[in-house]
Design a protein around this ligand. Structure first.
Ligand code: AHG
Ligand code: MN
Ligand code: MN
Length: 333
């Protein structure tokens, strides 16, 4: 039998599921095409002079890499003309990006982190793209920031690409989590995992240990117990992994379980955390929950947060259900 391409998967999803409209199907296809283009640009590396800094800062004061800017442009160009979007927003832009007046507008809002893990670009480690799809509230004219400020439970679709040894697209339409692998010879994504499930238990954790002295007591306690291993209260050894690309860490957790933490700490308390709610935490939380895992700030479910700002930051603890619940219990205790 021929492999199931993303295009075929989406047509069949539209037939089966009334929540999947032709416009949503088109949107996912367009985003996947943009991810293919980003994958090609990343793959060329130094040959195409795409590595290194862009010489500019984004709204959050972070130095932009050339590939942050290129990936943002690719996603904007791909998504402007199709008539499926009302507006877009991204890590790399201060405010909403309007659909040019020469094109029709659609019902969806697309929010993205065009290149996640950009500190890894120049050292040839996996990076990715994260995206979230919301419905645009009714109303004519330009779409303001307010339209985007919807809790993660309102997402109609979320996904991410990983540009690693293979290029992958992980997708949820609110009905489980699928993984597609880019077939470079044929140029299309092929369904390679139909029902990704995160094991409830794990012996693996992911956190940037260099921030340990800034953590709050519940995280100190939890990680302290993991590090104590067999000799501590958990009575078993735990292994640690930290790629510093959330896409790669979350993909590993979707594959074999684990817990990923970027908690709030004394350095990031004023900002609310490090990772961004709208285009990192929310889409990843939807995917993780759809795969049977949990995603919390430690104090509340990420998907329930009512956003107040487009670039709002939040603490993120996600992955295997029983470990995430334990971290939450330590926060309550
Ligand atoms: P981005 O490259 O989009 O700014 O995101 C990077 C994020 C995330 O992918 C990763 O888990 C984390 O930042 C790494 O942070 P540290 O460098 O502090 O470990
Ligand atoms: Mn990111
Ligand atoms: Mn980014």
């Amino acid at each position: 039998m021929l492999p199931v391409t993303l295009a075929r998967f989406l047509v069949e999803a539209e037939r089966k599921n009334p929540a999947v409209s032709a416009d949503l199907r088109f949107l996912v296809e367009v985003v996947s095409r943009a991810c293919k283009a980003i994958s090609i640009a990343i793959g060329k590396g130094s040959l195409a002079d795409v590595l290194g800094g862009a010489g500019s800062d984004n709204i959050q004061g972070e130095a932009q890499k050339k590939l942050d800017v290129i990936s943002n442009e690719i996603l904007l160009d791909a998504n402007e003309w199709g008539g499926h979007l009302a507006a877009m927003a991204s890590e790399e832009m201060d405010g909403p990006h309007q659909i040019p007046r020469r094109y029709p507008k659609g019902e969806f809002l697309l929010v993205f982190d065009p290149l996640d893990g950009s500190s890894n670009i120049d050292v040839n480690i996996s990076v990715g793209t994260i995206f979230s799809v919301l419905r645009c509230p009714e109303g004519a004219g330009d779409v303001g920031e307010q339209a985007f400020l919807q809790p993660g439970t309102q997402q109609v679709c979320a996904g991410f690409a990983v540009y690693g040894p293979s290029t992958l697209l992980v997708l949820t339409l609110g009905d489980g989590v699928k993984c597609f692998t880019l077939d470079r010879e044929y140029g299309h994504f092929v369904l390679t995992q139909e029902n990704m499930r995160i094991p409830d238990d794990t012996k693996e954790f992911a956190i940037n240990m260099s921030n340990q002295r800034f953590w709050e007591p519940p995280v100190q306690r939890y990680v302290g117990e993991l590090l104590a291993g067999k000799d501590g209260p958990r009575g078993q050894d735990f292994n640690m992994r930290w790629v510093a690309s959330m896409v790669a860490d979350v993909f590993r957790i979707l594959t074999r379980g684990g817990v990923f933490m970027y908690p709030v700490d004394s350095r990031t308390k004023d900002k609310g955390g490090k990772l961004r709610l709208m285009y990192e935490a929310n889409p990843m939380a939807m995917i993780v929950e759809q795969a049977g895992g949990r995603a919390t700030t430690g104090r509340e479910r990420i998907l329930d947060i009512q956003p107040t700002k487009l670039h709002q930051r939040v603490p993120v603890i996600l992955g295997s259900k029983n470990e995430v619940e334990r971290v939450s219990a330590y926060h309550r205790g």
